[in-house]
Write a protein that binds this ligand. Sequence first.
Ligand code: PGD
Length: 803
Amino acid sequence: MCTHLGGLTWELRGGIVAPDEDLEGVSVERRTGEHPHSSHWGAFLARVEDGRLRVRAHPDDPDPAPLLANIEAAADSTARVVSPAFRRGWLETGPGADARRGDDVFVEVSWDEALDITASELERVYREHGAESVFGGSYGWSSAGRVHHAQSQVHRFLNVLGGYVRSVNTYSAGAAEVILPRVLAPYSVLVTDTVAWRDIEAHGRLVVAFGGMPERTRYVHSGGPSRHRADAALRAARGAGVDFVFVSPLADDVPDYLDATPIAARPATDVALMLGIAHTLVVERLHDPDFLDRWCTGYPIFERYLLGLDDDQPKDPAWAASISGVPDEVIVGLARRMAAGPTLITVAHGLQRAEHGEQPVWMAITLAAMLGGIGLPGAGFAYALGIFANIGEAPLAIEIPSFPQGRNPIETFIPVARIADMLLRPGEAYDYDGQRLTYPDIRLVYWSGGNPFHHHQDLGRLRRAFGRPDTIIVHEPYWTATARHADIVLPATITLEREDVGSSRNDPGVIAMHRVLQPHGLARDDYAIFAELADRLGHGATFTEGRDAHDWLRHTYAGLAERLTNAGEATPTFEQFWESGELMLPVADEVGGWLRRFREDPEANPLDTPSGRIEIFSDTIASFDYEDCPGHATWLPADEWLGSERASSYPLQLIANQPAGRLHSQLDFGSASLEQKVEGREIARLNPADARCRGIVSGDVVRLFNDRGACFAAAAIDDAVLEGCVQLPTGAWFDPLDAGDPPTCLAGNPNVVTRDRGTSSMAQGCTGQLALVEVERAGDAPPPRGHAAPTMVAHAERPAFTS
Ligand code: PGD
């Protein structure tokens, strides 16, 4: 495919807004025509009709996301932050640790005053404590749009001030991001350039999906898919005769049309199940010793473990069955089926978002290597295939646009999910990927574009951690729980209120995101806020380089245009792109070429691992001497699984997975999100047997709890959920009953009960997917408070510390 303008123009005739058209004075968001725009869950056209925002999917999108409906509530929700606001306690007593965060009232102030005080506080912290005391990791998905990418904006801003403590890796894939490069290839390569849907359709025979391929997450890709193609690709593969098997405690984790064979394993036991399969392959001589010998390293050490030569415990199907709950004859049958022809193994994100999350990823690679299919078309190993919209698509031949973040001179970082540890335990040492690191002493936290009171685990603990710093600054369009726990809240625009360029890896469509609405209330773009602050701090010119937001848009496009020209591609002008609404980038001819070449000649084309081969045993990892991540894939029982001691107190395994009605916590008040709730509460699904013995029927309000906290939810009895499990999606806004510790969430946020510990000393990734809980009928539970601003009070005295 080569560069060309996309198919939006005819749809938009008469609706285009000139990029520099002055929107000042246009009465409340009234526009005519439809404007191209984009979100992480898809490109769309937006218009204002009878004073209301209306959206419809990109006309060429074959499978638009139901989540698009949420956008219609985005602009004027009662949860919008309309003005800069300061927490009263902070204004009254000045910076410092304060347990009232999250339980305080706010004071609205003018922009000038807000910017003056914020700049003065930043100046104080940098002067008194240095850049190592500022945490700017600011993890979060924020919104689609490459220029106004909130994380890039805050990082660039803090870099011009002297740097900040950053975070590494993601909540999505924290364990995979660390283990994959050690044993196979970098995560970024595995999710963009490994296995193609078209190869699965043409050459595949069997796909075994550990964790399933749930429809709800396939609509999403960071930056926004222009067209959702995964559904058609799956249907085509199935139509071509490819069989699917999926392993999950949730029977509806794959679409019906795949006719997939379900295997209901207990949560957190996939490694044991995979070992049982591997054992069968060895004893029945169905594995591929040649592949293991020439393309891999360390298999004999792993085989000793598999056969139980050192611990007297063969990891045979009977052993695997006793752990996973999957009958041994099913395990043996699956092993034979996998060995009968080309098989692709894929592992969902969720499996590694749990204690020892490195192991299912590593074990799946080990199993794929034993089958000998790695590097063959439509076979081998794929990470998170069918989980994200664009995985399985061809990579782009051109790098997508991005906003330059500058250089951070500070080397201190944390693995992203260690935020509460960092704030609670400054100066303490901990392990990460072979390094001994020390938590810095953070005085100021700056967050823009994320919602830690959604994404982090054990929210009671996070609340204590957020009580520690001197000052917390948050940019947000909405009064999320994170904004409510801040001292300084600056209202940010949403994408519809600004111009941007939407682009996503492995998707050729680059969307001209036109401005559709006037900013709500006093909201400003993150860029404009940072530019003003930088100016007050004497770094305005360095931050802006003399550009306003529109200049950056053109500048960013110019970079893309230059890459196209250098690649010999047709290069539309910015005006042509903007007018058209879409630009189609060229895609690479080949997918997974690096793996194919490795397969053809591993000596000439080694992998980027220490041995140049697939590391079934890793000397590097073994040298770290981590009990919780030994030198080869290993079954390591989690502290919180159905076979653990803790299950006698909290006997149900909570599966806190991704929601069907929204992306994470975004637009929780939108119609698609509300459809998945009952009277504002999230729905918790239970198996009929577990419901019956607790006297719970569908529609009851239930209380999920453990020693970390509790939340209310609406019960739905569903035999798609494996007995012993309860499923409650993430993303309901944390709505604490009171300031009590442990907290109770009225709206059903499962992170009140999840555990805040790293996957292991290796990756220290997020473990939010699983936790042990008990569930009971709640009787009369107070209703959730909905989505609104906190209490605002009149202006307080200016604090003494400001200059
Ligand atoms: P979002 O709800 O997407 O969650 O965590 P993440 O923090 O990314 O938050 C983005 C925030 O950015 C929203 O509050 C939104 O309003 C704000 N925002 C949007 N646009 C803008 C903007 O232009 N400017 C500014 N300043 N703000 C903006 C997601 C994380 O949660 C992820 S990625 C995963 S995969 C994890 N999943 C789980 C899980 O499966 N189970 C549990 N228990 N916990 C999880 N947490 C993780």
